[in-house]
Design a protein. Structure first.
Length: 108
């Protein structure tokens, strides 16, 4: 995980995502998921690019399955974009960085 990428879990998700004053991008992933691993460099790059403007992090669905269940995550990778504690957008699968940037830009 990159220096700017947060790790969200059961103990910090509410404070760092739902109660955040900044937009938050959450990448739902797992160790065994090939497409998730392919997306990781993009997520890490975005976390650095948007540092100070948005919070970007990951939820390991094997470690925190309740969070994934609460948001109806059925396939990974899934990207959820939060603003003011609510899910604004969702992308599923390997998506181009430009598409993610466009959504983040619209939320910051």
């Amino acid at each position: 995980m990159g220096d700017f990428t947060k790790e969200f879990n059961d103990s910090n998700f509410d404070n760092q995502v739902v109660k955040s004053s900044q937009p938050v991008l959450v990448d739902f992933w797992a160790e065994w998921c090939g497409p998730c691993k392919q997306l990781t460099p993009t997520i890490d790059s975005l976390a650095e690019d948007f540092n100070g403007r948005a919070i970007i992090g990951k939820v390991n669905v094997d470690v925190s399955p309740e969070i994934a269940a609460n948001y109806g995550i059925r396939s990974i990778p899934s990207l959820l974009f939060f603003k003011d504690g609510k899910v604004e957008r969702q992308l599923v699968g390997g998506v181009p960085k430009e598409e993610i940037v466009e959504i983040l830009d619209s939320l910051v």
